[in-house]
Ligand binder design. Structure first.
Ligand code: NAP
Length: 312
């Protein structure tokens, strides 16, 4: 029997990815929408609140939460305490304290809780992880440069406290890096460029360290939302033996020493729902806070530099 699932927050990512991925997965039946505007798709019943949904449709046992990160704590907590299994969009919460509490609630309530990091589901990422396992990193260079006007039109929340700014896409890179790096990474230093009229950064540079650093290792990330023209979502990693891995298009393609070894169409969200089905079957949660911790640490140790005001 397919699991009846509802989507909460029918915004860009819900419409672009969650709706079609659920509809294409026979383990799920998209049964309802929770939307502050009572928006819907396919004439599905739409409810303004989760509580109204659960009262009207108690057989909807799972929910995919696709609202912005600020406020996600309350919605996720409500869903878990109402006995629902929960999948949430990245980033899993606005703070580390919130996600720790949510993980504890899920465990206490015996609910399946899945904090998704969609970029990890790209085909090159698993292969990169396999190739780097047991090696040491001499160089890491993350280049995540995109045009905020093109990818986040009208999204006021990304500039508000808890909205992450350029860390909203940057955390995708960090989710890949934490998945493929053969050793834990810490934030050694960071610089946050914050527009004069905004609360969150438009550009970030980060330097990483490892518990037992390789002499001369150079591990850095650049996230920039001011990139016009060609966009780039690239991670280059070089091992101490000189092997160079290059993930491009956000992890869809991988080349090793200049030769392309993976080039597949990205199927991030169908793979996310396949994993959710497996987790539900096993009654297991999957909660990983490492990408969020790197962002939090960058805010803690980073220099803040005021830059030109941003007008959309
Ligand atoms: P969005 O287009 O702004 O949609 C978010 C939806 O959440 C809104 O349409 C609204 O839906 C609901 N909502 C509830 N409280 C809200 C509030 N205070 N402000 C704004 N919307 C609120 O955002 P999105 O791009 O889909 O992003 C949602 C989440 O998915 C974020 O965590 C983001 O990082 C993640 N994500 C986005 C993308 C992408 O390409 N856009 C990719 C991957 C992941 P209702 O009116 O229906 O309630």
């Amino acid at each position: 029997m397919p699991q009846k699932i509802a989507i909460m927050g029918l915004g860009k990512i819900a419409l672009d990815q969650h709706v079609p991925s659920i509809l294409a997965n026979e383990d799920f039946e998209l049964a309802a929408i929770v939307s502050g505007r009572l928006a819907t798709v396919n004439d599905l019943p739409s409810f303004r609140t989760q509580e109204a949904l659960y009262e009207a449709m108690p057989d909807v046992t799972a929910i995919a939460i696709c609202t912005p990160p600020a406020g996600r704590f309350e919605t996720t907590r409500t869903a878990l305490l109402a006995g629902r299994d929960v999948l949430i969009e990245k980033p899993p919460a606005a703070t580390l304290g919130e996600i720790a509490e949510l993980a504890e609630i899920a465990e206490a309530e015996r609910r399946v809780f899945f904090t998704t990091w969609h970029s990890r589901f790209n085909p090159g990422v698993e292969e990169a992880r396999r190739l780097l396992a047991g090696r040491r990193l001499a160089k890491l260079r993350v280049d995540w440069r995109e045009d905020v006007r093109r990818w986040h039109p009208g999204q006021a929340w990304i500039w508000e406290p808890g909205g992450f700014g350029v860390f909203d896409p940057g955390i995708n890179a960090l989710s890949i890096v934490t998945e493929i790096a053969p050793e834990p990474l810490f934030v050694a230093a960071a610089r946050l460029d914050v527009p004069a009229n905004r609360q969150t950064p438009i550009g970030v540079e980060m330097t990483f360290s490892t518990p037992d650093p390789v002499a001369g290792a150079d591990l850095t990330a650049i996230f920039d939302w001011r990139q016009e023209g060609e966009q780039s979502w690239t991670i280059t990693a070089e091992t101490t033996e000189g092997t160079v891995l290059r993930l491009t298009e956000g992890g869809a393609r991988l080349s090793v020493n200049g030769e392309e070894t993976v080039a597949e169409a990205s199927r991030e969200y169908p793979r996310i729902y396949a994993m959710f089905a497996r987790l539900l079957d096993a009654r297991e949660s999957h909660v990983d806070v490492r990408p969020l911790r790197l962002v939090a640490d960058a805010f803690m140790v980073g220099d803040r530099r005021q830059v030109e005001a941003f007008e959309e």
